[in-house]
Design a protein around this ligand. Structure first.
Ligand SMILES: NC(=O)c1ccc[n+]([C@@H]2O[C@H](COP(=O)([O-])OP(=O)(O)OC[C@H]3O[C@@H](n4cnc5c(N)ncnc54)[C@H](O)[C@@H]3O)[C@@H](O)[C@H]2O)c1
Length: 248
């Protein structure tokens, strides 16, 4: 059975992706900073669990040491810290960049031999719509996700000779625990959903579907960043009008 590893898979988009890969017939490792939550999720969806801090090279190396043949790596673990750029400290910068940017780089580097083992596997990174459309008040998160998009292209070029494809998804507004605090107000929700061409926020499963398509069904696609946002980031004229009228 081919092996897949998903980081940040204890909950949210990562969990949905791991569950979908299990359904597709993969043996899946649910890897997360929260080892207990990873165990729970893994037992619920029929996967294995691993504790990992993607921002800590020793931790990444320890997980990678046990894997010699890997078909799919999903670099999903991510986090954001709120704040204005004017208030961002060096510590804030490193926390966000270490998880979102250094994490995918370390995971891919330490698992590259395993990904190349059977003629080449696939990596899918999780960027964000904020890579293209910075969200005020989210500190350096937009910068970090732009770096993930750029890293995806650079890694695709570097790893192509080893048969490893590297792509990314850029989710839009997705309902998960990460965004729960920003999605509580029904009136605001309705205004936002009206700006999404497909008329609703996304589900973790919507993103999981796109990740799995890139990982398992796109043999001639590499270095691409697929927007999974219901059309939100191309809906620029209504977004501008809403901003002008104070609607967002
Ligand atoms: N939810 C959204 O609207 C949205 C939009 C765009 C992009 N994203 C991105 O999608 C990914 C998943 O988001 P989500 O909403 O499911 O988040 P979430 O907060 O619900 O889940 C993130 C998971 O990552 C784990 N994690 C955090 N730091 C880690 C680390 N250092 N090492 C290993 N695991 C770690 C957490 O324990 C958690 O289980 C993230 O990269 C996020 O930036 C989310």
């Amino acid at each position: 059975m081919a092996l897949a590893l998903v980081t940040g898979a204890a909950r949210g988009i990562g969990r949905a992706t791991a569950a979908r890969l299990v359904s597709a017939g993969y043996e899946v490792i649910v890897a997360d900073l929260d080892g207990a939550a990873a165990e729970t999720t893994a037992s619920e969806i029929g996967a294995k669990a691993a504790q990992v801090d993607v921002a800590d090279e020793a931790s990444v190396a320890a997980v990678a040491a046990g894997i010699s043949d890997l078909a799919v790596l999903v670099n999903n673990a991510g986090m954001y810290l709120p704040g204005k750029l004017a208030d961002v400290t060096t510590e804030h910068f490193h926390k966000v960049f270490d998880v979102n940017v250094l994490g995918p780089l370390l995971m891919t580097r330490h698992l590259a031999d395993a990904l190349a083992a059977n003629g080449g596997g696939a990596v899918v990174n999780v960027a964000s719509m904020s890579a293209f459309m910075p969200v005020p008040g989210t500190g350096v998160y937009s910068m970090a996700k732009a770096a993930v998009a750029s890293y995806t292209e650079a890694a695709a070029l570097e790893y192509a000779p080893r048969g490893i494809r590297v792509n990314a998804v850029a989710p839009g507004r997705i309902s998960t625990e990460m965004t729960a605090d920003r999605q509580g107000d029904p009136a605001r929700e309705a205004r936002t959903n009206a700006l999404i061409p497909l008329g609703r926020s996304g589900l973790a499963e919507d993103v999981a579907e796109a990740i799995c398509a890139l990982a398992t069904g796109a043999a001639y696609v590499t270095g691409q960043v697929l927007r999974v946002d219901g059309g939100l980031t191309i809906n620029t004229v209504p977004l501008l009008q809403a901003a002008q009228s104070g609607g967002i």
